[in-house]
Design a protein around this ligand. Sequence first.
Ligand SMILES: *Cc1c(COP(=O)(O)O)cnc(C)c1O
Length: 426
Amino acid sequence: MSANKITDLIHHPYQPPEGFEAPQIGVHKASTVIFPNVAAMRSRDWKNKSGYTYGLHGTPTTFTLEERIASLEGGLQCVLVPSGLAAIVAVDIALLGQGDDMLLPHNVYGARLGLTQEELPRFGITTRYYDAMDAADLAAKITPKTKLVWLEAPGSVTMEFPDLPALVRICREKAVICALDNTWGAGLAFNAFDLDGQGLTVDISSQALTKYPSGGGDVLMGSIVTRDEALHHKIKLSHMRLGYGVAANDAELVLRSLPSIGIRYRAADQSARQLAHWLKTRPEVEAVLHPAIEGAPGHQNWQNLCRKRPVAGIESARSATDLIANEHRSEGYAAGLFSIVFHEKFSPSQVDAFVDALKLFKIGYSWGGHLSLAVPYDIASMRNQNVAHWPYRGGLVRFSIGFEEAADLMQDLSQAFHALTKLREN
Ligand SMILES: *Cc1c(COP(=O)(O)O)cnc(C)c1O
């Protein structure tokens, strides 16, 4: 994240109504948009945002949110959809047709597999899986039928951080469109549209705005960001034919949360890393899967992409901006999301009991909000189309770290470990 990306976001241009300027932007609701005359009705073009035509085609509120998400991610265009999953579906539907093949990482976001396995085959679209941690495997699996490659960094739940630039280079070389599920990075941890500082770019970056951009655990929304006008129009037209739209009140909630995304992301990151380091010392824990923690799968890839070496001459950095930028560069960015694997001596029901014993951590899906959450997962059953070997036998619990004091969360985890030990003794 550039030092001024967040500042740019907070000061993103917005034209308020004449004589009324306020910290938040207006909320405009419409299905019907009224035209001054028939000529205006015929000439307005929603596709290029040169005019408003119908609520589903966008309002000043949704256009503003689209522009802000696009600039946060380093893209040029954005399409909003009613959920993060809808963003994935919209990309698949827009780009794939009968006889086409799609490649997904082995550790892909699980809820998208229903579409892949149950819906797309009815339209003659096949899906195969590559090992996200092995660029050669992706290269070997791309065939002339492969029309779309999805990327995720890190993988869902198991948190392996891939060599994203290497995967994107392969897609570029083979001229296959690549789409990144950028929910974890949120446009903050790295720039999906410039991965190597020399313009290496994904074609599409989708996000679940449900997570950090909303930040409240109360909104479902997704975004599809691009830099290529033709690709954007293809997705936008398909999106409109599908009838996807987002509600003004939901857009308002995301717009209201967006200015604080930088400090929220950073705060969750810091607490999560403290807890992850501490969990590494616990005897009950076999592995801590957090890309910014030494020894985690893909840690080096995370370092290379999300943690830049400080600019030379930090000691002599003259301005406060240089100092702050350098501090952020050297710490790197990571979401407040990680998993632990228990020693295999703990049974699945004991791991469940550990989660049940947590008091501050709530049990629930999603992440990126103020409340810390925990969910146990059974990896063996999730990865049946697995190409990569899963090395652990113990149960896995994923944590999303919220804004409670890290010390309080640590105490909560401690007492749950204690409950687990007591359970073993009984
Ligand atoms: C949550 C999530 C989604 C889906 O978002 P929803 O808004 O819940 O549909 C997609 N991808 C990733 C990586 C996610 O974490």
